[in-house]
Design a protein around this ligand. Structure first.
Ligand SMILES: *[C@@H]1O[C@H](CO)[C@@H](O)[C@H](O)[C@H]1NC(C)=O
Ligand SMILES: *[C@@H]1O[C@H](CO)[C@@H](O)[C@H](O)[C@H]1NC(C)=O
Ligand SMILES: *[C@@H]1O[C@H](CO)[C@@H](O)[C@H](O)[C@H]1NC(C)=O
Ligand SMILES: *[C@@H]1O[C@H](CO)[C@@H](O)[C@H](O)[C@H]1NC(C)=O
Ligand SMILES: *[C@@H]1O[C@H](CO)[C@@H](O)[C@H](O)[C@H]1NC(C)=O
Ligand SMILES: *[C@@H]1O[C@H](CO)[C@@H](O)[C@H](O)[C@H]1NC(C)=O
Ligand SMILES: *[C@@H]1O[C@H](CO)[C@@H](O)[C@H](O)[C@H]1NC(C)=O
Length: 400
């Protein structure tokens, strides 16, 4: 009997292991957990997706669950979460930005003509660096160098590897540079006319009158630089931050929904753009820190190295890929089942608690999602599953 169970366990463990190696399989692991007599309650945590607040009225910070009829929610099936404070500089461990499977550092050069500035721009991977352990601000630094090289300003950009973000809520915790003459940008991008942008010009921050503008744009940067009077259109909003963005980290957020885009800071609505300029395709996320000396926009270049520090990026989105639709249909048995839909917690003004919270760190809430740290970005099992498999092995060995 024992050896029969043992053989069965071996079979299941092997199936589970190989399923996990290729793509995660419920059947194998749930049968395995039955065998170990320890139930995996909701195998299904968040299997139907992530529910985010969205719209103009956000929940009461003191009681986020209190329903308000004006409040809207949107459900998203996919997630990418990147906690950049866990990164180490190259050569100091495994968790380096170059090894990250969700993000790609960019390398390309733009002439002054292409950059439409006084200088060109040199996007180089060495300008995207993890802060050292001794540094005050932990996170990923996007550096604009103070020294111009061959008429180009050395600048920084990092992009998500996935290009299939079709509607979503995108959040980045960032601290702006105090050096004047750079543009920090957090954006969703498909092409030069399908782009949603939050741009921060460090030369425009003014302590003397507490003026900290942010440009919310639905169009190409080129169009703005061309002298196109974007300010007069509904596709451009100049909003003001209620704090000095160079003093600390705040969560900047873009909600990209059919026909409308909302911009937030620390969960507070900054602006809303609707209408024909709202993109209608799948795209990806970009973080950029640049300067080209154009007096009308970035200004600069800065007198010395200037860093934009990014603490985290969280993206909850739907995918444009058929395969991901089928995955969702396959794993979402009943959206009303407890735990099947997970709420994305919100950051509130003065309360960044939710910013430090990640589904991926809960061990059982990112089933069938790409999770930072997984090899090649193609390993979908959750951290917890490996534990179950090891437990299954142990049980099998004991039975043997
Ligand atoms: C998921 O993990 C959390 C803590 O890591 C635990 O409290 C919760 O019970 C787990 N849920 C399931 C369904 O295993
Ligand atoms: C995302 O996809 C899910 C599943 O198809 C759907 O229920 C949800 O409404 C979609 N979200 C948006 C914002 O369209
Ligand atoms: C950009 O220009 C610099 C200086 O000429 C050069 O060293 C570098 O290889 C170029 N980068 C790319 C991606 O072509
Ligand atoms: C961007 O994509 C849209 C939709 O495919 C297309 O209509 C538009 O012409 C594209 N814009 C550019 C600049 O290529
Ligand atoms: C603050 O002062 C600067 C410099 O004089 C000016 O450009 C800016 O418009 C002012 N901001 C506000 C909100 O008045
Ligand atoms: C998980 O996702 C992968 C890749 O999208 C897919 O091939 C696989 O079938 C999914 N597995 C489940 C159980 O949903
Ligand atoms: C801050 O937000 C968290 C949830 O993210 C909540 O549990 C906590 O009570 C809030 N703190 C205050 C002071 O409102």
């Amino acid at each position: 009997m024992a050896s029969l169970t043992g053989a069965l366990a071996l079979l299941l463990v092997t199936t589970a292991m190989s399923a996990a190696r290729h793509r995660y399989s419920y059947l194998a692991v749930s049968t395995l957990s039955l065998l170990t007599l320890t139930p995996l309650l909701a195998l299904a945590d968040c299997e139907c997706g992530y529910l985010s607040t969205t719209g103009e009225l956000l929940p009461n910070p003191h009681n986020p669950d209190a329903p308000t009829h004006q409040q809207h929610h949107a459900l998203f099936t996919d997630l990418i979460e990147s906690d950049f404070t866990k990164l180490v500089p190259e050569g100091e461990g495994d968790a380096t930005i170059s090894a990250n499977t969700d993000w790609v550092r960019q390398a390309f050069n733009l002439s002054d003509q292409r950059a439409r500035g006084k200088y060109g721009e040199m996007f180089a991977v060495e300008n995207v660096v993890a802060a050292g352990r001794e540094e005050q601000d932990q996170g990923l630094k996007l550096v604009v160098r103070g020294d111009v090289v061959e008429d180009m300003v050395p600048v920084a950009e990092i992009d998500t590897r996935r290009l299939d973000m079709y509607w979503g809520t995108f959040r980045a915790s960032m601290k702006m540079t105090k050096e004047r003459g750079t543009c920090a940008a957090f954006f969703w991008y498909f092409n030069d006319t399908q782009e949603i942008d939050m741009e921060f010009l460090s030369k425009d921050f003014d302590k003397s009158n507490n003026s900290y503008p942010v440009n919310l744009v639905l169009q190409s940067r080129e169009a703005v630089l061309n002298g196109y009077d974007a300010a007069a259109t509904s596709n451009f909003v100049k909003a003001y931050l209620p704090f000095d963005p160079t003093e600390g980290f705040h969560e900047y957020r873009i909600d990209y929904l059919p026909g409308r885009v909302y911009f937030y800071v620390d969960g507070e609505l900054l602006g809303k753009i609707e209408g024909g300029a709202v993109p209608s395709s799948a795209g990806h996320l970009i973080l950029q820190h640049w300067s080209n000396g154009n007096r009308l926009w970035s200004g600069g270049p800065p007198g010395r190295d200037a860093s934009l520090v990014v603490r985290y990026v969280k993206a909850y989105f739907n995918s444009s890929r058929e395969e991901r639709h089928r995955d969702w249909e396959g794993r979402c048995k009943d959206p009303r089942a407890e735990g099947a839909v997970c709420r994305v917690p919100d950051v509130f003004p003065g309360n960044g608690t939710a910013g430090g919270w990640f589904f991926m760190e809960q061990g059982n809430m990112t089933n069938n999602q790409t999770v930072w740290g997984s090899e090649g970005g193609r390993v979908y099992w959750r951290r917890g599953e490996m534990g179950w498999m090891v437990l299954g092995m142990v049980v099998w060995l004991v039975l043997l």
